[in-house]
Design a protein around this ligand. Structure first.
Ligand code: NAD
Ligand code: 2ZO
Length: 510
């Protein structure tokens, strides 16, 4: 958000309400930090959540000095951790997974408060997180090179070695899970990590750091620094940071890559998307409808790999659309801590306004709002000013509309009819992004043919947005590169050393 330019000392720059703390430019009781430079200068930011106006906690932003301290302590821990065997590291990671399992409810509750997503979903995120740690604990002992026989009894071998101190920078939509997806393979390979969460969701990652310590990692092996862009920049530019793993938007990803280039550091970029979901007329309709909801409305639609361009074969357009709209209208929105809530609050007011702006623009460009799109005001008076909105389905969409081209990162599904397989594949690929894609059909040959033609890193057949940690996840094109999860991630947190061993005499050419 752009900071407003004019300010009265006694009124908030954003909402113009009289200030309680008149010295500050923003209304502390109503807004979360939007002017990062101000908060960085004051080295303080305050967190507001589902219950707007309630301060959950105050955190200090990490400056250059704090980032350096974090990196230096991680460097010291790396010396110990990298010398341990994979099996020894595995035991510690398994213990961290056990603690997370044991504290699942507490961490999920904290994540709901942190992010605004439903407790139901937060529990799934925590489960995926401990599964990720267990999976990489299993792989830690198998990190190995190969032996290559050379002439005359000589030989070579390769070693997979850790990189050193890795920087992890996370987005706000899956705060705990994103941290585990980065930390688990990094630590399994013998690295240390300094992690910076989004300033909008700073809480649960701190709990993860405590859990690693309780599990027995050397002190400082997984450090957390707090803050926004400036803190992230200090981290990326730090000469002792060997690798950067970033999850966030494309514009920030471009900056991260630039900083990595200056230091010749490897980088993993998990960026945004505008993924296609293709529904053929021979699909199992109920599964396809379920898939479309899963592809659009998890975490209030704030999911990078969401299949927001729903291409539906014209023959079933009406029946599919009717059913999707009916099911979308039934989604229970509200207090994310209640058991039956399935959609909580969006991350903050500026983001909610942005999402609503996309819907307004879609209407102006000719799309039809088939359901939702308005703000949602829960009955509970304490949630009255929360950042809730009704999930939205847009019909009458065309490929050139902004809502179809740009990542909205909110609960907005666009439905687009198609007639042939060839046509839909071409339209599906007609995007700068390439994170994910999905297809629903009973024709298994067609399903494989279509996903093979999709230019996207993560494809689903007859399902969407499930996350087995065994499967690599990451994008094509502007959605980034490198992979998280699966065996593949081990390559991105290790480097290959080749050793050439002479068993005979040296034959010199001189
Ligand atoms: N591909 C994936 O796995 C994945 C997962 C989650 C989110 N995302 C994407 O993330 C975006 C939403 O997240 P966001 O709004 O937090 O993204 P963002 O790019 O605004 O911020 C991401 C992180 O980068 C930090 N940051 C911002 N500017 C920086 C700079 N100049 N240098 C270093 N760090 C900086 C932020 O503080 C935050 O921690 C969406 O585009 C979404 O698609 C991608
Ligand atoms: C767990 N999901 C739903 C696959 C989301 C992965 C992270 C993307 O935002």
């Amino acid at each position: 958000s752009q900071p407003p330019t004019s300010a009265s000392p006694s009124r908030c720059r954003l909402c113009r309400r009289p200030q309680v703390f008149w010295r500050l430019p923003f209304c502390l009781l109503q807004h979360r930090p939007v002017n990062e430079s101000f908060w960085q200068k004051s080295a303080l930011f305050v967190l507001f959540k589902m219950c707007p106006g309630r301060v959950i906690t105050k955190l200090l932003s990490s400056g250059e000095k704090e980032v350096d301290l974090a990196v230096q302590s991680a460097k010291a821990a790396f010396k110990i951790w990298s010398q341990m065997s994979g099996m020894e590291r595995s035991r510690v990671l398994l213990e961290a997974a056990r603690i997370i399992r044991e504290q699942r409810e507490e961490i999920a509750t904290l994540e709901t408060i942190n992010n605004g997503k439903s407790i139901f979903e937060a529990r799934v995120d925590i489960d995926i997180s401990w599964q990720c740690l267990e999976y990489y604990a299993g792989l830690a002992g198998s990190l190995a090179g190969e032996h290559i026989q050379l002439p005359g009894g000589s030989f070579g071998y390769t070693r997979r070695e850790p990189l050193g101190v890795c920087a992890g920078i996370g987005a706000w939509n899956y705060p705990f899970q994103v941290a585990c997806w980065k930390a688990a393979p990094a630590l399994a390979c013998g690295n240390a990590m300094v992690f910076k969460p989004s300033p909008f969701t700073p809480l649960t990652v701190v709990r993860l750091a405590e859990i690693f310590t309780e599990a027995g990692v050397p002190k400082g092996l997984f450090n957390v620094v707090q803050g926004g862009a400036a803190t992230g920049q200090f981290l990326c530019h730090h000469p002792d940071v060997a690798k950067i793993s970033f999850t966030g938007s494309v514009p920030t990803g471009i900056k991260i890559m630039g900083m990595a280039a200056k230091g010749i550091k490897p980088v993993t970029l998990e960026l945004g998307g505008k993924s296609p979901l293709i529904i053929f007329s021979d699909c199992a309709l109920e599964n396809a409808v379920n898939g479309a909801l899963m592809a659009n409305f998890l975490t209030q639609g704030e999911v990078c790999c969401n299949g927001t361009r729903v291409f539906v074969e014209r023959k079933i357009l009406d029946v599919f659309t009717k059913e999707v709209v009916k099911r979308t209208q039934k989604i229970k929105i509200g207090d994310p801590l209640l058991e039956d809530t399935r959609m909580g609050a969006l991350i903050n007011r500026p983001h909610l306004d942005r999402v609503q702006g996309f819907i307004k623009q879609a209407k102006e460009q000719g799309a039809e709002v088939l359901c939702g799109g308005d703000l949602y005001v829960p009955d509970d008076p304490k949630l009255k000013n929360g950042y809730y909105m009704q999930p939205c389905v847009l019909g009458n969409c065309t490929d050139d509309m902004t809502c179809v081209k740009e990542e909205i990162f909110g609960p907005v599904m666009s439905i687009l009819p198609f007639d042939t397989e060839e046509e839909v594949v071409e339209r599906a690929n007609n995007t700068k992004f390439g994170l994910a894609g999905g297809v629903f059909t009973r024709d298994i040959q067609k399903a494989h043919r279509v996903v093979a033609a999709l230019k996207a890193g993560m494809c689903f057949i007859n399902n969407y947005n499930i996350s087995p940690v065994e499967l690599p996840f990451g994008g094509y094109k502007a959605s980034g590169f490198g992979r998280e999860n699966g065996r593949a991630a081990m390559e991105y947190y290790s480097q290959l050393k080749t050793v050439c061993v002479e068993m005979g005499d040296v034959e010199s050419v001189f």
